[in-house]
Design a protein around this ligand. Sequence first.
Ligand code: NI
Length: 218
Amino acid sequence: MKKLLLSLAVTSALLATITPVCAYEKGDWVVRVGMTSVAPDDSSSNVVVGGTDLGIGVSVDNNTQLGLNFVYFFKPRLAIEVLAATPFSHDIGLDTVGALGSTKHLPPTISANYYFADPSAKLQPYVGAGINYTVFFDEEFTSANSDAGFSELELDNSLGLAAQVGVDYMLNQNWLLNASIRWIDIDTEANFDLNGSAGSVDVDIDPFVYSITAGYRF
Ligand code: NI
């Protein structure tokens, strides 16, 4: 009986140390998959062609893609996270005129995230800050604008800061749900040609990026 009580005591002591099943540990990996939406909070300079200010700017619309997060905990409360996604595709509009063209981009972002809740809590909020590098590709004018003489659209890649808040909801030891909101500083200069005249416009895309994902910890 004494042995049984002792082993029960040992077992419950062990369980007590293991019980915060939700706590992240050094060396944990989390992979999350879900939807990521890029919603530009954009502003732009006026478009200039051949030295002439056209007096109008451009705007960039929203896009949602498959989002992927890779998270590594190098301390129980500190993680490095990489945001990846399938390529985002945005229409670019010429203010008051209509569709101008489109571009695709990939916005890989690396962040350091700090988890501040009780480690045993199922709800694990965090704040993060990091660096974004946005690569633009497949820039093109609409066929009507191409016919009108627009060509060679090219957007400069962007390097900028990123900040985020997010939360993991631990379903069990391995599975979790996540929601996050990021703000990313993405600024670019678009250059193009219009019937032999060089054109350009500066665009601050500065999107809010919303993600809803399911994650697996291992
Ligand atoms: Ni900006």
